[in-house]
Design a binder for this molecule. Structure first.
Ligand code: CAA
Ligand code: FAD
Length: 380
């Protein structure tokens, strides 16, 4: 067993940290306040090769592993969780299913465009009436000649409106539950595909979250991903890895809050000494650091398992569950360490606390992670 990162992974961490601290962090608070997505940050990530970290070079990637990928999401989220999820949704949710289930033409076209960052990706599974219960979705796809005609709507879509490539799930057989779902690659600009409401959110406010509307939207038959009826399996397998991307986002948010709390505790004096020297505060910091480290180990382990081609679904659900809950606890405690100042926008910890909450909700709520883990335990 070796817990040491490779030289390449260490170099990537340093590169992403420098980029995050110098080019992402300085505008994070302002973009949060203005609810503004900044495409130029994504373009710079593309220049650094981050948009295609785990994909082979022939598909436009840099041929690194999933551990490198989670390190990148973690480092970005340490300063800006919105930027972290932009990359996580782009790689885990939009690119991964094409890499795993796409035919050669789809990979050479769509995966290549995503990996090089020429285009931004999104993943559209959730609907107004179908969040946790995916199989109850109502968007339909009916075959008509050489096209599938999509009707319905999707909600909460990360990168929605900004992305050019969408993985969309719809029912090709309304009478079947999960077995009637198929997956499609839908391009922005396809007639009948438009964007609805943009959500106003508590956190990750510079990550756009948008409704997608399909009205007689004709998608070429060749844009089906996998086979008809395979959509649910594709969606679930995609989420198996995606959940670890969110775990990495949670680790980054928690680490950012912890770093800020440690610095503040060393500087802030009350009762004649730094509050870090009050045992009540130092014990708090010790618990926070321990939980962050445990979350990181679960996250890196799940990524390592995927890189080795070993089963990683349960590990990924566990990392997302534990890291999400940790991020919420650690950011709440960080605000506490800052006292009244932590409750203001003068410091980043209130943003970290607002951002942390989503990691317990999306890519399957933490109740759903428990359900997934519980089912796997009883199947084993
Ligand atoms: N891999 C492969 N197959 C799987 C699978 C997996 N991970 N999980 C389930 N399946 C298979 C099952 O084996 C079963 O197969 P059979 O047809 O052979 O029986 C079939 O799929 C149906 O499985 P279930 O009976 O478990 O299905 P269910 O209807 O009970 O739902 C669920 C299971 C886990 C609750 C699922 O609906 C789920 O994951 N819900 C949460 C949705 C979610 O995570 N949404 C995230 C949206 S994306 C997002 O939020 C983006 C973002 O963060 C940026
Ligand atoms: P519901 O499913 O209605 O759940 C409500 C509550 O009931 C939750 O606490 C839940 O845990 C609990 N619950 C439900 N079923 C059970 C059960 N069986 N056992 C125990 N408790 C249960 N979706 C996409 O497809 N693509 C995206 O890019 C995307 N990005 C998102 C970004 C944001 C900011 C948000 C808020 C959501 C995003 N989502 C996305 C949707 C997200 O995945 C769903 O919100 C999530 O899966 C929960 O679904 P729901 O909101 O409908 O809640």
């Amino acid at each position: 067993m070796n817990f040491q990162l490779t030289e390449e992974q260490e170099m990537l961490r340093k590169m992403v940290r420098d980029f995050a601290e110098n080019e992402v962090g300085p505008t994070a608070a302002e973009r949060d306040e203005e609810e503004r997505f900044d495409r130029s940050i994504f373009d710079k990530m593309a220049e650094l090769g981050l948009t295609g970290i785990p994909w082979p070079e022939e598909y436009g990637g840099i041929g690194a592993d999933y551990v490198s990928y989670v390190i990148a999401v973690e480092e970005l989220s340490r300063v800006c969780a919105s930027t972290g999820v932009t990359l996580s949704a782009h790689i885990s949710l939009a690119s991964w299913p094409i890499y795993k289930f796409g035919n050669e033409k789809q990979k050479k076209t769509y995966l290549y465009q995503l990996a090089t960052g020429e285009k931004l990706g999104a993943y559209a599974l959730s609907e107004p009436g179908a969040g946790s219960d995916v199989a109850s979705m109502r968007t339909t796809a009916k075959l008509d000649g050489d096209h599938y005609v999509l009707n319905g709507s999707k909600v909460w879509i990360t990168n929605g409106g900004e992305a050019e490539i969408y993985i969309v799930f719809a029912k090709t057989d309304m009478d079947a539950r999960h077995k009637g779902i198929s997956a499609f690659i839908v391009e922005k600009g396809t007639p009948g595909f438009s964007f609805g409401k943009k959500e106003k959110k508590l956190g990750i406010r510079s990550s756009p979250t948008t409704e997608l509307i399909f009205e007689d939207c004709r998608v070429p038959k060749e844009n089906m991903l996998g086979k008809e009826g395979e959509g649910f399996k594709i969606a679930m397998m995609t989420l198996d890895g995606g959940r670890n991307g969110i775990a990495a986002q949670a680790v980054g948010i928690a680490q950012g809050a912890l770093d800020a709390a440690v610095e503040y505790a060393k500087e802030r004096e009350q009762f004649g000494k730094p509050i870090a020297n009050q045992q009540g505060i130092s014990f708090k910091l010790a618990d926070m650091a321990t939980e962050v480290e445990a979350s990181r180990l679960l996250t890196y382990q799940a990524a390592w398992l995927e890189s080795q081609g070993l089963p990683y679904g349960k590990a990924s659900a566990m990392s997302k569950l534990f890291a999400g809950d940790t991020a919420m606890r650690v950011t709440t405690e960080a605000v506490q360490v800052f006292g009244g100042y932590g409750y203001t926008k003068d410091y980043p910890v209130e943003r970290f606390m607002r951002d942390a909450k989503i990691t317990q909700i999306y890519e399957g709520t933490n109740e759903i992670q428990r359900l997934v883990i519980g089912r796997m335990l009883t199947k084993e």
